[in-house]
Design a protein. Structure first.
Length: 245
């Protein structure tokens, strides 16, 4: 019980600060954007958007439902990202609300979004269970997924596309999971106070992503998940909680 309480407290600390990161970090874009910082910023943004879209390798199954709040934090920006790192290394992140539904043929659909401090994200995706879902303890689960997001802010806009391969095995109460993914982020500059010549500029950036986490289910329909993430070589953490039926 003490372990579960500790996990929940840690998660709340993660999600709470992430809201302020979303507002305080991304709204400095116009004041610190340079030509060389656009691609690193796009990779950092794409890694955050691609994270925390899964918390096991098991699809829901037909008529299953999941709704939760998830958050991810990257401990330091990529070298060269002076937009998020203009005051030196600092943690940044993003919370997200996500709803999922199980469809026929081992397919899940999900939608996600957030709007805070002038930054709005809306997206969704699909998952496919490569292995038929089983509830037998320690049965392997494997799925692939794809996600697409649209980002709007005062001084920039972006589109994100991500794909994942996720594996897990465990029990009803405890499920470790591993994931690997790729993120493609397209960034468009609306306004740069530091370098007005960048207005209208466009960059495309790729990044890889690796996840190692664990999902806890202290109650039948309630879950908590925590994970370590490696986003294009930068360390971070993610977590979430929700209801899964």
């Amino acid at each position: 019980m003490k372990k579960r309480v500790g996990v929940l407290i840690a998660l709340l600390f993660l999600i709470g600060p992430s809201e302020s990161f979303a507002a305080a970090s991304y709204d400095n874009f116009a004041n610190y954007a340079t030509q060389s910082s656009l691609a690193p910023f796009a990779r950092d943004l794409g890694g955050i958007l691609g994270s925390s879209t899964f918390h096991s390798g098991r699809v829901l199954g037909f008529s299953g439902f999941d709704v939760g709040v998830h958050a991810v934090a990257q401990f330091t920006p990529e070298a060269g990202d002076t937009i998020l790192g203009h005051n030196g290394p600092q943690t940044f992140g993003m919370p997200m609300v996500q709803a999922e539904v199980g469809l026929p043929f081992r397919v899940d659909g999900f939608v996600r979004g957030m709007s805070y401090g002038g930054l709005t994200v809306a997206g969704g995706g699909l998952r496919y269970g490569i292995i038929k879902p089983k509830d037998t303890p320690w049965s392997p689960q494997l799925m692939i997924s794809g996600v697409a997001d649209s980002v709007t802010a005062q001084d920039f806009s972006a589109s994100h596309f991500g794909c994942n391969l996720v594996a897990s095995m465990g029990t009803q109460k405890f499920t470790p999971y591993l994931g690997a993914g790729l993120d493609l982020t397209n960034l468009s500059v609306k306004n740069s106070n530091l370098d007005p010549s960048l207005d209208g500029d466009y960059v495309r950036a790729w990044g890889d992503r690796f996840t190692a986490g664990v999902q806890f289910r202290p109650a039948q329909f309630f879950y908590i998940h925590l994970a370590y993430v490696l986003l294009h070589g930068e360390s971070g953490t993610e977590g979430g909680l929700g209801l899964r039926f």
